[in-house]
Design a protein. Structure first.
Length: 429
């Protein structure tokens, strides 16, 4: 939502989670416990660097994700930047990324001089297609970043098999998937490095914050090197490889604000209960969709347990409502008081920065510059509609139903009733 500032000038945007269905959702994201944590930390002057609360949170995260190393950062984007730097992504490299994700999944790679290579979604899904990953690998591929989008998990068995065969490391973007599991393993611990956002609307929020976790000490040390300058007494390096650069590293600073991490520590204590409530609601809604043929659930990877539940995507089946477009269907749902949407994420190849290219560093330079071929096989060619037919077809029919975090009894039924009534009215027209 947006507020006017005190002088009545430009809007000030507030990005924190709110209940989308008044009367059906009892959830309050932030309460007295978070306020008390921030108050107590402030009185202790625990306001900068690797403080006790920050270090305890990182230890808890390591335990929850079954990883050896974890470091907090300013946001999920800087976690991904640190991960790519940890993997030595640089000029002339390529990074494979899903076409359907938020831009911050790949933007850090651009700033390191690497070129994005987008891949299709699995048909009828919101996650990357492992077979298309394989098709897009070249001699320049330095990393593969996969996204457990909206909390729906990727096929990590197939993805890690590709990694083993090719030697190309995998970054897991878990920004939507806090607490998700894949065949008994925490999301973020399966690839070479995992990254999470703790932005204000995320299920475990720091207001603004992020975290990186890995079992690879080289990745971890480089992540510290790029963003953890002088964390009270220096960087938390675990090997001797970069000790000679203590305490300043590269001079970059991505350190998280301790107050945000304190709030996230309280939020983390609530995460399992939040996931349990959201999971129960989502499963009830998805079961009810069996009776609504024009709207179907979207599958997640076999053997996975979704987490975070950052959204509730479903797939509109236009053949079941002849003459009704997805947008007309959304309008009908909205008319029933249901805040359904298309999810708000555009496919990356449609964004002007990628569709047309951009002189990122100025002077006709950079990995997506249409007039520069430095370090690559040619200038950036851009994209056109039809370049990703599978993702485009799925994206055109996505319908996001409201995500309830603490639903009142019968809430899922009311959501389904509203969908049914919208369908009934459309069929009657």
């Amino acid at each position: 939502m947006a507020h006017r500032d005190i002088q009545g000038n430009a809007p000030v945007f507030v990005q924190t989670a709110t209940s989308v269905m008044e009367g059906l959702d009892q959830w309050q994201q932030v309460g007295e416990a978070e306020a008390r944590m921030a108050y107590d930390m402030t009185l202790r002057n625990e306001l900068s660097g690797g403080t006790p609360v920050v270090r305890e949170f990182e230890q808890t995260w390591r335990e929850r994700t079954c990883t050896e190393y974890a470091i907090t950062v300013t946001n999920g984007t800087s976690a991904l930047y640190s991960a790519f730097f940890g993997l030595k992504v640089g000029p002339g490299d390529e990074v494979i990324c899903p076409d359907y994700t938020w831009i911050c999944t790949i933007s850090p790679a651009l700033l390191l001089g690497a070129r994005p290579v987008f891949a299709e979604s699995l048909p009828g899904s919101v996650v990357i297609d492992p077979a298309d990953i394989r098709r897009r690998i070249t001699s320049r591929t330095r990393a593969i970043v996969v996204v457990h989008l909206w909390g729906w998990l990727c096929d990590m068995d197939a993805i890690m098999e590709i990694s083993r065969e090719t030697g190309i490391p995998v970054v897991e973007d878990c920004s939507h998937a806090h607490g998700a599991m894949y065949k008994g393993r925490p999301a973020g611990s399966i690839g070479h490095v995992g990254c999470w956002s703790m932005q204000g609307s995320k299920p475990a929020s720091a207001g603004e914050g992020g975290i990186l976790a890995t079992n690879d000490p080289e990745i971890f040390d480089r992540a510290c090197l790029i963003g953890q300058v002088n964390r009270i007494k220096g960087m938390d390096l675990v090997t001797t490889n970069y000790q000679h650069l203590q305490p300043l590293g590269t001079g970059m600073k991505f350190r998280a604000h301790p107050l945000g991490i304190g709030i996230a520590a309280v939020q983390l204590e609530k995460l399992d209960a939040l996931n349990e409530r959201r999971a129960g609601y989502v499963k009830e809604v998805e079961a009810g969709l069996a009776e609504i043929s024009c709207l179907t659930p979207i599958p997640t990877a076999e053997g996975s347990e979704r987490g975070g539940y950052y959204g509730l995507p479903t797939l509109f089946q236009p053949d079941d409502l002849p003459g009704v477009s997805r947008d007309a269907f959304l309008k009908a749902l909205n008319a029933q008081g249901l805040p359904a949407s298309d999810g708000g994420y555009e496919l990356l190849h449609r964004l002007p920065i990628f569709g047309d290219g951009f002189d990122l560093f100025g002077h006709d330079r950079g990995p997506i510059c249409p007039t520069d071929s430095t370090g690559f096989d040619g200038p950036w060619q851009g994209y056109e509609e039809g370049d990703f037919p599978v993702s485009e077809a799925t994206h055109a029919n996505l319908v996001f139903l409201p995500m309830l975090s603490d639903p009142v009894p019968g809430a899922a039924g009311k959501i389904l009733d509203a969908v049914n009534e919208a369908v009934r009215r459309l069929r009657a027209e």
